[in-house]
Write a protein that binds this ligand. Structure first.
Ligand SMILES: *Cc1c(COP(=O)(O)O)cnc(C)c1O
Length: 363
């Protein structure tokens, strides 16, 4: 035993491992492991980022006035109910620290985003998962797992790594079944990618209810994962709490400026979404054609499920792909050891990926 034990629960955490970006001995590495987007950062974001260089000695505006204003205008929401974070990950962590502690439970679905576990454990709370149905969050199962200890419910919609989503009606039904003292966190990191008519990111629900907060990120659609910038929109009460617990300068001026450029980069958004639509569908179909199971994805990645027992496992597929310079993501920590998650990249990257996958399945 260490003589410096941290608070209970901390040593249970396996540190989050991000997607790798290098393979020894491989010249051209194709990284499809972190949902980063095919085209690099938004050009408007890059321009705005460069302009911040002479001002880097200045502390940022902790309240991110310019950025929250632009977000508020874009989405028609109240600026005072927006908080920015160093990625939405930071906000997820702050919510746990603020609302859950030892003896409390933090609930999410079985294959929910890994950060919920880490955030809950860091706060000393107990993570609890509810079974999914068809790799999709299930409202009845989530509600059945709620008890008087439940303090937070996290729902990624669409979810990473499954790519699946629940409808606005189901989202409302889940909220309606929660006690008022449970914070309902709708993690809409992939909201921009989904175009289904029955989808709602969470703004309408957050408009109406004091216990709802929706989180968003600039890391995926806008390609700013390296800068760490995200935001949340929630009730005045929850936002007030987040402002109290966040670091005063939690987002840098460079990140704020870049995000402000990205928010209004309509051309980049249109190009990215058009590309994603096409190659998401193509990759899904090609993988299914090889006999693999791929749930319909509504984000910028697909989950590909491999047979567990006939020598064509996900683990062996991953090793095979690596030899071809392709880095995708194994899903063992998500209780999906039979699956790989593959980000939608550029056209030639997806073609090389499918070619390699075909070779793997046929050898
Ligand atoms: C990527 C991701 C996030 C976090 O993104 P940040 O880079 O921290 O903004 C949050 N939730 C889900 C479901 C994600 O996939």
């Amino acid at each position: 035993m260490s003589s410096l034990p941290p608070r209970p629960g901390i040593m249970d955490i396996t540190p989050y491992v991000g997607g790798e970006s290098k393979l020894p001995g491989v010249d051209r590495v194709i990284k499809l492991a972190s949902n980063e987007g095919p085209f690099g950062p938004s050009p408007k974001a890059m321009e705005a980022f460069k302009e911040t260089a002479p001002e880097l000695h200045r502390y940022p505006d902790g309240g991110a006035w310019g950025l929250t204003g632009a977000i508020a205008e874009k989405y028609g929401i109240d600026r005072s109910r927006i908080v920015c974070g160093a990625g939405s990950d930071e906000i997820l962590g702050l919510l746990c620290r603020a609302y859950a502690g030892p003896g409390d439970e933090v609930l999410y679905s079985d294959h929910g985003f890994l950060m919920y576990y880490i955030a809950a454990k860091t706060a000393g709370a107990t993570p609890v998962t509810a079974p999914e149905v068809d790799l999709t969050a299930n409202v009845d199962n989530l509600l059945a797992a709620v008890n008087e200890k439940t303090k937070i419910v996290f729902l990624a919609n669409p979810n990473n790594p499954t790519g699946t989503y629940i409808s606005k009606a189901e989202l409302e039904r889940l909220h309606a079944g929660l006690p008022n003292n449970v914070v309902f966190v709708i993690d809409a990191a992939y909201a921009e990618f989904i175009e289904e008519a029955d989808y709602e990111a969470g703004i309408e629900l957050a408009n109406k209810h004091d216990n709802v907060i929706m989180t968003r990120t600039f890391s995926k659609l806008y390609g700013l994962g390296g800068l760490r910038i995200g935001w949340a929109y929630g009730s005045a009460e929850i936002i007030d709490v987040l402002h109290r617990v966040r670091n005063p300068f939690n987002t840098s001026n460079a990140a704020q400026a870049a995000a402000l450029g990205a928010v209004n980069d309509d051309a980049f958004v249109e190009k990215t979404l058009k590309h994603n639509r096409k190659w998401l569908e193509w990759t899904t179909e090609e993988a299914r054609r090889l006999g693999l199971t791929v749930p319909d994805s509504y984000a910028n990645f697909v989950l590909i499920r491999f047979p567990e027992d006939d020598g064509k496992t996900a683990e062996a597929a991953d090793a095979f792909l690596r030899q071809r310079g392709l880095i995708v993501r194994r899903m063992v920590p998500y209780k999906l050891a039979d699956s790989l998650r593959v980000t939608i990249g550029l056209e030639d990257e997806m073609r090389l990926f499918v070619e390699a996958l075909r070779d793997y399945m046929r050898t």
